[in-house]
Design a protein around this ligand. Sequence first.
Ligand code: FAD
Ligand code: NAD
Length: 475
Amino acid sequence: MAEKFDVIVIGGGPGGYVAAIRAAQLGLKTACIDSYSGKDGKASPGGTCLNVGCIPSKALLDSSKHFHHVQHEYAAHGIHVKEAAIDVPTMLARKDGVVKKLTAGVTQLLKGNKVTFYHGTGTLAGSRQVTVSPVDGGTALQLSANNVILASGSVPIEIPNVAFDGEYIVDNVGALDFDHAPKTLGVIGAGVIGLELGSVWNRLGSEVTLLEALPDFLALADRDIAKLAEREFKKQGLDIRLSTRVKQAAVKKKKVVVTIETADGESELSFDRLLVSVGRKPYTEGLLADDSGVRLTERGQIEVDEQSRTSAPGVWAIGDCVRGPMLAHKASEEGVAVAELIAGKPAHIHFETVPWVVYTDPEIAWVGRTEKELKDAGIEYRSGTFPFAANGRALAGGQGAGLVKIMADSETDEILGVHIFGANASELIAECVVAMEFQGSSEDLARIVHAHPTLSEAVHEAAMHVDRRAIHRGN
Ligand code: FAD
Ligand code: NAD
């Protein structure tokens, strides 16, 4: 007989494991099924984010930043280091250690909350019957539940004529594990992964070339911020080539030869390694039996309504496998909301205040709408900016690059968008998200006391500049 649960979650990434924990906290008998195996072949819940995404990329960004600083920043402080060297295997081992600690932590959290965990592939059939096929090849198990949450995540998009081989032509997984800094690294797609992992290897000595199909750099970001960032990243040595289409790539004599097409016609480039980071697509292979009743969209996403309900009764879907931005915090918040809805509580997510962060140096962060989006929607707005070059803490820390930009409704002064390029933008954006969640105005931010000297004073001053009353800049 199939073991019966209140909730079965398929997928143990930041969407799935968070949903499972919240459901269990709410007193629901919960199971979580995840197929991911760590480098040791054992279960490693945490999904893309913990295993091969957010966390390992940030570990390498941090290590490579230290190396870069020793070489290029310390001298200005009067600190002279004779010869800095990078030991890539040690750096990777540290990264793997961080991943192990966090995935083991998720296992403990699931256990502590009495979530039954299965290391296997879950397949949903009609009437919320779920088959678990264990990763170790053991006998399949039959489960059933009143509610099933699908959280199967996403995988990298592969482009025609550029096949991954795991060694020379890689996705994020390969680029997080190069055993040395390749002399030359080509990156297809100057998006979030391309910029973050391109920065890592650039700091460690690789010559990095980013090949971007679109004419605009970071098309999702505000134009002022994107322009500043592009200039800064080029200064850092990233060779960013826009309007460049990749036609094909082939490995020849231990080099990757890439055929590109630009306004000047076709030409070839050669790299030691090639990272393909052109976006991700929802992953639903093996997830749905023919009679599951769950509909997919044309783009292969699981179709859901505003509250994450699929077309099958009692079946929900969250995270990268559904609409909306592919971000870990978005997946987690959906997980919490669905668990609460299942438990009969009210829950709602404000997708318009989901923050974005790109963990380059300086960081890029934003929430709400860009200037172009406001113009396109015909919304009247006022805008205020403040450069980090005029912020005492930023200068004291050698972090004078970048800008805060705030846009507020001309009539009501409600904050409509905040865009930051600067040190610690990932943390600075949080107060702006809070302000927007409370429908705050630029005047609210301007009247709040910000500690001195802090980078957050740049947010404060940008808010004051909306009303042309900033103190530390011309208005
Ligand atoms: P996933 O994390 O992909 O988890 C899905 C899990 O389900 C996986 O473990 C998978 O093996 C499992 N699974 C799939 N099908 C089945 C099945 N049938 N049965 C059992 N298990 C199954 N986002 C951020 O917000 N911040 C960042 O800094 C950030 N950095 C990133 C860096 C990189 C290099 C990458 C690739 C992504 C990054 N992301 C970041 C995106 C983030 O990783 C995803 O948005 C997030 O992991 C999505 O969570 P999820 O739970 O929907 O899916
Ligand atoms: P992305 O969508 O951020 O960037 C892909 C880039 O590739 C785009 O600029 C696109 O125009 C370009 N592109 C597409 N096809 C191309 C082609 N054929 N040739 C050249 N360029 C092409 O995707 P990504 O960098 O692969 O990351 C995937 C997703 O993972 C992100 O969208 C994001 O949701 C998530 N992620 C988030 C973070 C973060 O939050 N810090 C970090 C990494 C990944």
